[in-house]
Design a protein. Structure first.
Length: 265
């Protein structure tokens, strides 16, 4: 708890005062840490070389859309050729080689692609407000889901993946996300309409819950309790960001399509 209380104000100050380059470097650092945790969970020890290479390539894939959006697909194509050739030449067990290759690409989709949208969101007009809006929606939803689940939860939401979550908690979380979006609108971001708050609150709130469940599914599939040990008592970086990873990309496209004048992006 003390770690969270210290980290949150620092994060707020960093988002407010950091320039584009410094912010992009933070996103890159988070992606590299997240990929390190992901491949440590998913790939066996004998695939360490492939894991290190995938972390490095994942970092490059995070930077490419920021530097030149048109180069994104060529970069993904080169990464596909590179790792396909690597695993073709270095297979050990034909029963598992395709699974390991697929996990490398899943890591790219999960972090450089999805979480990498945070840099793109930051680069939009009012980008910092959009980032805080996403944080506010997801955190409000998490808090409301916890309160509602503890006090009113009766029916299990998805016991095979997360036994403690309830349907009532999930519904309460969506309501909390909508209320959080409304509060943010009236306090910091008047350009939003009530309809925007409803769509973003419920939509991003739902995706935050999906992100949480997805990361739980990953950990259960890989047989680990936490994604890492970066934050003592709180697990790894993926454990802290699971609800946000699925939220930044939709927020970016919503802001891009509905709030930017035609022809700017």
């Amino acid at each position: 708890m003390l770690t969270a209380l210290i980290a949150l104000p620092l994060l707020v100050l960093f988002i407010i005062y950091s320039g584009p380059v410094l912010f992009d470097l933070l996103v890159l650092a988070v992606v590299l840490l997240g990929l390190s945790e992901f491949y440590r969970m998913s790939l066996p020890a004998e695939r360490r070389a492939e894991a290190y290479a995938a972390i490095a390539v994942g970092g490059l894939l995070t930077l490419v859309p920021i530097l030149n959006a048109a180069a994104t697909l060529p970069a993904l194509t080169l990464a596909t050729f590179f790792f396909t050739g690597w695993f073709l030449l270095r297979f050990r067990d034909l029963q598992s080689v395709i699974q390991h290759l697929a996990l490398v690409f899943l890591g790219f989709l999960y972090l450089p692609l999805l979480f990498g949208h945070l840099s793109l969101l930051h680069g939009l007009p009012h980008g910092k407000e959009w980032i805080f809006l996403v944080l506010f929606i997801v955190m409000s939803g998490d808090s409301a889901a916890y309160f509602t689940g503890i006090n009113f939860g009766r029916r299990k939401l998805y016991p095979a993946i997360s036994p403690n979550k309830s349907i009532e908690g999930a519904i309460g979380g969506l309501v909390g996300s909508f209320v959080g979006a409304l509060l943010f609108k009236y306090g910091f971001f008047p350009q939003l309409s009530v309809v925007d708050c409803l769509l973003l609150g419920v939509g991003l709130g739902a995706l935050g819950q999906v992100g949480d469940l997805f990361e739980s599914m990953l950990k259960r599939s890989f047989g680990v309790k936490d994604s890492g040990t970066l934050i003592p008592g709180h697990g790894g970086i993926l454990d802290r960001l699971d609800s946000l990873i699925f939220a930044f990309a939709p927020a970016y496209y919503y802001a891009l399509w509905f709030f930017q004048p035609p022809g700017i992006y």
